[in-house]
Design a protein around this ligand. Structure first.
Ligand SMILES: [Zn+2]
Length: 120
């Protein structure tokens, strides 16, 4: 028999602040540093960058006390999944940069128009 998940997370600090959301003992619970939204992620996400579900800012998942990154023994499928997730994140960031750049262009055009109007 084969066990992939041999990581033992210290469960002394499991969150119990009366929340209705179902949180598993192995989940990492933390607040988004950008908007303060309460985030909850599987322990295997420790040390990774995720996107906040609330403000969509990139957030670095904290590594719980007593857990080492080397403890997170990922199999190939898991690594691939994270690779895809990272790529999606990159694509989204690039799309956003492009949208902002387009907006900047249209602002610049408007400023040009205004300047022409003022000079007329
Ligand atoms: Zn956020």
């Amino acid at each position: 028999m084969e066990y992939n998940e041999e990581v033992e997370v210290d469960q002394n600090e499991s969150a119990s602040d009366g929340q209705d959301v179902q949180i598993q003992d192995t989940d990492i619970v933390f607040d988004c540093p950008h908007c303060g939204h309460n985030l909850c992620i599987d322990y295997r996400g420790a040390g990774l960058q995720i996107t906040c579900s609330e403000c969509e800012e990139p957030v670095l998942v904290p590594i719980p006390d007593g857990m080492k990154i080397s403890d997170l023994d990922l199999d190939a499928g898991e690594l691939l999944k994270q690779l895809f997730a990272t790529r999606r994140l990159l694509q989204r960031a690039e799309a956003r940069a492009e949208a902002l750049s387009l907006r900047l262009d249209s602002f610049a055009a408007k400023v040009g128009e205004l300047q022409e109007m003022l000079q007329a």
